[in-house]
Structure formats: C-alpha cells, structure tokens
Design a protein around this ligand. Structure first.
Ligand code: ADP
Ligand code: MG
Length: 700
C-alpha cells in the first residue's frame, strides 16, 4: 500500500505537470520517494522573525512583512538602476535594494507578504537590505492557506530545479506529505530501529522537511537532527547490506582446493625470509593464510603505510600457494614497479625450487611466446608483471593466488575478469595509500581488510621541511650534504596531463641544469614515463646500483620504488600535488638506516588549501592521519583521483560528514543479514531496490 504511494511517478502528482516533471526528472527525481528523500539545502528559522523596529545594522536577519511600495530608482551612473521595495510589519518598515534587477518590478506587488533574509546595513536613507534573499510567501490575490508553510516556522530551503522554485518545492513537499499514508514500509528492520532509537520512517521524512519547533536550526543545518540522521543511516544501511550480500554471494563460489599448511610449508616460507617479521606483518600474514585455507576464494585488501613491508608478506603467501602446487601472479601498476618486484623476488627466491618469470608489456615476440608457454605448462611458478597478466590471453596451468600491488582501483575489475574466465583464485590487493576507514568500508565493503601497523625496526624518522622556490641555493646545499656522505637524492617534478608537454620539457631542463650547473661532479639522470621501457630500466638500475647520484624524475617513482641509500627527496611545485601523493613520494626515502629529509619546494604565494596540505605533511608521517586530512580537504570523489572509484552515488549521506553513521550501518547490516527473522525481507528489498539506487553492480 505505502510502497504504491512512494513509487507514484511525480508527473501525476497534483500541481506537477509535464514541464515540471521533466525538470525534476533531469535531476533524477522520478517518484514521490525520490522527492521525499531529497534533503533541503538548509533551513531558516522563520518562527524567530525579527520585528522591523528591532533591526540593527550589521545583523543578519529574517523579516516577514507586507509590500508597502516598490519601484525603480535611477542612479547617477548612467544605465545603472536600482529596484527598491519597502516592506512593513506592525512594528515598522525596512527597505530592500536590488541593484540592476529591474525585472523585479514584475515580481513584487503591493500587499504581497514577503520574507527577506540577509545582512543589514546603514545607508543614507536609513536601514536597508542589499540584495537579500527574498521569497513571496503569499500573493495579493491568493488566500492565506499556504502561508503557514512558508513562514512562522522552521522552513526548508531547497535548491532550485529548473522551473521549480524553492518555494514551489516547499509547497509540493507539504502537499505530498499531507497525502502520505499513516504507515510507510520501512526497509530498516524493527530490531535495528529499536536498538538505535531511530524514529519511524514516516516521522523522519516529515520532520526532515518540516521540523518541529523545538529542533535547533543549527543542528538542522549540520544535518544532525534525529530525523535527518535516521534517513542518512537508512541510506548507509541499505548500501552496506547490499555490499555484504554481494560479498556473500561471491563467497558461495568455491575455489579448486584450499591450501594446506604444515611444517614443510612453514619451513619453505622461513627459508625465503631475510629478516624477522614485525608483529604487524605477522598478524596480516596469519589473516591471509587463514583465508587461503578456506574453501571460498580470498578477497583481501592489505593496507600498510609506505615502507611497512607488504611485499614480503605477499611473497610468503605466494610460497604457501606454490608449496601447494599452485601458480601465483604478482601484478604491479607500472613496468618500473613490476621490474623492481621481479628483481627483489627473484633474489629472495634464488635458493628455492620455484621458478620466477616476468611478463610485462615490453616483453614481445619470441620471448613473450616462450614466457607464455612456460606459464601455460606450469614451468613458471610465480610470474611478475603488469595487469596485462590477467587481462590478456595468458593461460595458467593452475593459478591459485593473484597479488595486485598498489592497485586498489582496479582490483575489482580484475577479479571480475578472472571470474569470467571461470577461475576463482585467492586475490590479495595491496595498497600503500592508506584509505580512511569510511572509504574503505564504502569502496571496498566487499573486501576483507588487513592493516600492517608500524614500520620495520631501525627506520630513522624522515625530517620534512617546506621551502619557497626562492631559497633554491639552500635546498641544493642540503642535497649536496647528503651526496658528500655517499647518499643519493630524488628531485621530483610534477607532471599533469593537461600540460604534459610543457611539464616534460621543464623536467628535462631541470635535469640538465642540475647536471651542468648544480652538481657537475655527480651523475644526474632523468626518468619519466614517456621513456622507452628499457631506457627506464637502465636508469633505475643505475640508480639502484648507486652509479647515478641524483634521479630527476616525474611521478613515475611515486609508488613502490625502493632504494635504501636514497636519503633526500626534493619535490618541486609541492603545491601542485595531493597530500597522499606527497606522502607516497616522501616514502621513497627513509627506507634504510640513514636519516632522511624531504624538502617540499613551493611557489609562493600558497593558497590556503596549499598551505594546509604542506602543514599536514610536516606535522605527521602517519599515512592514516594524512589520508583522513586529504579526505577532508579534497572530498571523497577526488580522493582516489578518479570518479570511477567504486563509490556509490549517495543522496542524503556524506561520506566525510557522516562517517560515524557508516560504521554503525556496517555493523547493523551484518547483524541483520545474520538474523533469520530479518534477513529475508531485507534481502527481498535489496534485490529490487539496490542496484537501481546505488548504480553499482547488481546484488541479485
Ligand atoms: P611497502 O609496504 O611500501 O611495499 P616494502 O615491502 O617495499 O614496503 O618494504 C620496504 C623495505 O623494508 C624493503 O626494503 C624491505 O626489504 C624492508 N623490510 C620489510 N619488512 C622488514 C622487516 N620485518 N624487517 C626489516 N626490514 C624489512
Ligand atoms: Mg610496495
């Protein structure tokens, strides 16, 4: 019954009609429910109106009154006209002035009741509003039925939608609410509502649009009223329940066979381990191996700050898989990283019985065919490459584990590709971009998460300083000091797509200057993404050997590159980078036993945001704190640097503002799906509403 009401097309609601319906449809409002779940932008307390006699200059006030007179006043500036209206109440009158808006003469009429909202100032003619927000709450010819909707109370202010003004929306909302049945279906199960003391859905909807008089307008404008929070919770709850359901459906597929762990396997793993694992690494490894022993495929995200030591944890998991007769694919986002992993892993596996191969886009022709044949026959046990590995036509004999490094964005896609090929290997996704928990729950709600806390012992903290471009001499002095002690340095130049050519030229010029003018007695090399891959390899290898002392590079070294002797990171135009990116760059140093420095070079003057970013970076080296700040500064959409991040389109919730509710929603969704009396109704609701509502892959 109530579902019928909520799913009515807006087009057939009295007073909407085809033109307005089209305008509403353009912003995604098709049904009565869509309309009801669109929050006001803000609220105004028109109950607490200021009597005009009490108005003071400098104050921001809302007044309501009757139009006494209006008209256009010419000014001394030719062509410049003022529209002026005088409004009065029982206590007095006030003037409102609208520069250059002569069309208002057709909007205002004598005896209309109007609301004005804005700051007051004192002018020659007395007190006035300049360009206030205005709303005509009752026309001269209208009866006064509707007036209590627009004034004398807390009123919602909506965003204008095409031809539908904020006032029309308020009337429409009022009318729809009046027609709403006493009971509306509530997708949030009753036990959850009781446990969290949530108001019923109907009440929440009503009070979100027309709040009762005792709710504070400050609370409303912060979206913290009980009614608003209840609707935000509902949205998060349904979203999380859908993710959990999707995850459980995936887990109902079975992999070929689970791995087994015995003393032989443990011994083999111990043999490749060059140091003692930190406690954080041990916990993560245990979680991973436990997953691998289960019949369902693992889908786990391994998070750990830059340098936390994720690679070795993944490699130990790989040894466990290989000891069980499985092949392992290890994928990196760039060829540089893939090659580096290949070298590290080959070194560590040198004395084991497993064969490590490499397959990147640069391996071509006969070499490529040979590499593929060895993968297909099972001669290669572990293959390192870019994601071409699973995307292309590469066939494995028995792929048991896929490790995806620094690829949180693509993990989902690659899993889908694998499933489509009818394979269900364990999947481990790794990222050094610490993801704030709210986002992790949202974008990767269907992954299990392990976090490596802390860094391996013996690391020296990295000193971070910000310096303006004008103090370049000082900066080079710092670099020179490191070079003199036998250390190495990175100098990073930003490269943005929009100005790629110019940036590339600037980076090249910088490298030349560094070599010929600044550090003629040292070797400087240039590294950028547009170089051929064997050129890149040569440069990287020379830097790793210590033959190159200063590596001038674009952000290709951002993730994963590991040269322990490099102790100086200079980032040019630091103001152009995002926080997480700067943190990644800084993580390229401080990887050995020598103390390291990161110099953020900026072009003065900094914007306020730019300053906030650099300060956050100087204050802390904790990647998780930095990620939280980044999220606050940039917002969730930009956090991943792409809008296709797996984040849902939310209509009432805000991932940053309401993050605590998301945690609660996650907990309750898990509990509800586990409770037999609640889960079937919830699952039925989700399979009809979820995909449509969140625009993500189907749960059904
Ligand atoms: P990330 O987590 O950023 O990928 P890596 O796996 O590249 O970090 O590890 C960073 C460095 O720390 C590497 O040189 C690695 O050999 C070293 N390392 C990792 N774990 C330990 C440990 N438990 N003890 C000592 N060094 C370690
Ligand atoms: Mg790494």
């Amino acid at each position: 019954m109530s579902d019928d009401f909520l799913s009515q097309p807006l087009q057939f609601v009295k007073g909407v009609g085809p033109r307005r319906a089209a305008d509403l449809a353009r912003v995604g409002l098709l049904t009565v429910e869509d309309l009801l779940l669109r929050f006001p932008l803000r609220y105004e307390n028109r109950a607490g109106l200021t009597p005009m006699a009490a108005l003071r200059p400098g104050q921001t006030a809302t007044v309501v009154g009757e139009v006494l007179s209006f008209g256009i006043r010419p000014t001394r500036r030719p062509g410049f006209r003022l529209f002026e209206v005088v409004v009065r109440d029982e206590s007095g009158a006030v003037r409102a002035v609208f520069p250059n808006q002569a069309f208002l003469k057709d909007v205002f009429r004598a005896q209309q009741q109007v609301v004005l909202f804005g700051p007051l100032e004192h002018r020659s003619g007395g007190l006035q509003f300049t360009n206030p927000e205005y709303e005509i709450v009752r026309g001269d010819a209208e009866d006064s039925d509707d007036a209590h909707v627009h004034t004398g109370r807390l009123v919602p202010i909506y965003e204008k939608i095409g031809s539908v003004t904020p006032r029309m929306q308020r009337s429409l909302m009022h009318q729809v609410l009046a027609a709403m049945p006493e009971e509306v279906d509530d997708p949030v199960p009753a036990p959850v509502r009781q446990a969290l003391a949530l108001p019923p859905r109907r009440v929440a909807i009503e009070h979100t649009h027309f709040p009762p008089g005792d709710v504070s307008v400050v609370e409303l404008n912060a979206f913290k009223s009980a009614a608003q929070q209840r609707l935000i919770f509902e949205e998060f709850f349904l979203f999380q329940a859908g993710l959990v359901m999707r995850k459980r459906r995936q887990s109902s597929t079975h992999k070929a066979r689970p791995v087994q762990v015995d003393d032989r396997v443990r011994g083999a793993a111990r043999k490749v381990l060059p140091f003692r694992l930190t406690d954080g690494q041990k916990v993560a490894l245990r979680e991973i191996v436990t997953d691998m022993q289960r019949p369902e495929p693992m889908h786990r995200l391994l998070q750990g700050d830059v340098g936390a030591g994720k690679t070795i944890v993944a490699l130990l998991a790989a040894v466990v898989a290989m000891e069980n007769g499985f092949q392992v694919a290890f994928m990196a986002p760039t060829e540089i990283l893939a090659d580096q992993h290949y070298m590290t892993i080959r070194g560590l596996m040198e004395h084991s019985r497993f064969r490590v191969g490499s397959l990147t886009g640069s391996v071509t022709g006969a070499k490529k065919r040979a590499a593929r044949a060895e993968i297909a026959s099972g001669t290669t046990h572990l293959v390192v490459g870019t994601h071409a590995l699973v995307e292309g036509a590469v066939e494995f004999r028995e792929l048991g584990l896929v490790i995806i490094d620094e690829q949180h964005r693509f993990g989902v896609m690659q899993r889908a590709t694998l499933r489509a090929k009818g394979q269900h290997p364990d999947v481990l996704v790794m990222t050094a971009t610490p993801i704030p928990r709210t986002l992790a729950l949202t974008a990767f709600g269907d992954l299990d998460v392990s976090v490596i806390r802390g860094l391996p012992p013996g690391r020296q903290p990295i000193r971070t300083v910000a310096k303006p471009d004008s103090r370049r001499d000082e900066i080079y002095q710092l670099v020179r000091k490191e070079l003199e002690q036998g250390r190495q340095a990175y100098v990073i130049y930003p490269l943005v797509e929009a100005s790629e050519k110019i940036d590339l030229r600037a980076a090249t010029a910088m490298a030349e200057t560094l070599q010929s003018d600044v550090f003629p007695e040292y070797r400087v090399a240039l590294l950028h993404g547009k170089m051929k891959s064997d050129e890149k390899d040569q440069v990287m290898a020379a830097f790793a050997r210590g033959d190159v002392h200063v590596l001038a590079a674009t952000t290709v070294v951002e993730v994963g590159v590991d040269v322990a002797n490099a102790t100086m990171m200079v980032v040019e135009h630091a103001e152009r980078f995002g926080l997480s990116q700067l943190h990644q760059l800084r993580g390229r140093v401080g990887r050995g036993t020598h103390a390291s420095t990161c110099v953020l070079v900026y072009q003065a003057p900094l914007t306020e945001q730019g300053r906030a970013r650099l300060e956050a970076l100087i204050e802390t080296t904790d990647g998780f704190l930095i990620a939280e700040r980044d999220l606050e500064i940039r917002g969730p959409g930009d956090f991943f640097g792409t809008r296709q991040s797996g984040l849902p389109t939310l209509r009432v919730g805000d991932l940053v503002r309401d993050h605590i509710l998301m945690e609660e929603a996650r907990r309750e969704a898990l509990a509800s799906l586990d409770a037999p009396q609640q889960s079937s109704a919830l699952m039925a609701y989700l399979s009809t509403h979820w995909a449509e509502r969140f625009g993500l892959v189907d749960v059904g």
